[in-house]
Design a protein around this ligand. Sequence first.
Ligand code: AMP
Length: 420
Amino acid sequence: MKINVPRGTCDVLPVDSYKWNYIENIAREIANRFGFREIRTPVFEHTELFIRGIGNSTDIVRKEMYTFDDKKGRSMTLRPEGTATVMRSVLENNLYLSVPTKLFYIGPFFRYERPQEGRYRQFHQFGLEAIGIDSPAIDAEIIHSACTFFETLGLKEIVVQLNSLGCSECRPKYREALVEFFESHREELCSDCKERLSINPLRVIDCKNPNCKQIALNAPVMIDFLCDECKAHFEKLQKLLSVYGVDFKVNPRIVRGLDYYTRTVFEIVSNQLGAQDAICGGGRYNGLAEEIGGKSLPAVGFAAGIERTISLMTKCGCSFGKEPTPKVIVIPLDDSCEEYSASILGKLRSAKISSDMIYAKKNLKKIFKELSSSETEYAYVIGADEISANKISVKLLKEKNQVDIPVSDAVNFVSVRGNC
Ligand code: AMP
């Protein structure tokens, strides 16, 4: 039986991998520009971390985790998101002693979801977390950095949707009002929402079922229930976003799928992505550190999906830079020319000139035709004549010209022209 890639995962092939590098390089540059340092955590953790951190009532914990027992019978889970893992590491390594702790990560995450366009079982995120500060100033920095990331990639038609989910003071009153409202419509709700009503009523608000959506339009919204402190936090955040020139829309229906959010939540969406329209989500999670057994630590962050970012960039015609190609291709015309060719190739590579050799003995015309559509600039053709005359026959692929150079000039020829 042929073995294929598992459903919901994919290979990133060379024709695409340079796009990933392009995005990851920009992600690193933006993270550094905003003062965040990289953290790398394991791809699997103790299952308990996610149950306590993300919350028992979430879809992720209830249905989507890749959980397995290791050989000693300990329950492990492939990380479904980055925030709980980063917080675990911050607490374990006392990173919170320098305030704020500003960290970023890039890597794969795993959720057993029903695969469709923009939704995979292994996907990749770039995320930032700022830990130790309660001020809305840092929430604004987080949202500003996410926007700067997407703008730098050339994505302009994106919208920041902003909401506040209140705190442990004001959210219970809202929850009560929400349950009361939805209970009066219980019979019209989908079966999932009937269940959500008792375990996580906030999630009824972002149900995709058209009936539930219609009912939710008239549901009470959290921003009408915010306590004075949460209201002030939310207002200050909006002012600061304006200072940074970040456009946003307050959307009281953004609730997010994880339990740990307090106060600020936001999503960055595009209207060009269809059903899976969010390219980035984040918010404040002041309760998480305590939830997983640490001290109380205010924190805020975001995670951006790389696959959806690539898909949106492709739809918008954004540039991914260029796929790196060798500058020089050395072509020995037959086996007897390989040693002479190898010594040239070795010198080019020692001089940090990207170069490669073509072994296949194809027709030269065919080779030049293939190379002419690539970024390669020079073909060094080596035959018996070149060897006996100690020279190289150079095909200038861009200028469609040919020159002979002494073999001693193999490196200099490229370096000098490169500097012109
Ligand atoms: P979340 O961790 O659910 O807040 O998601 C943050 C971002 O990660 C989303 O806005 C998506 O861009 C991306 N994302 C989340 N889940 C998936 C998935 N299953 N497949 C692809 N991208 C995802």
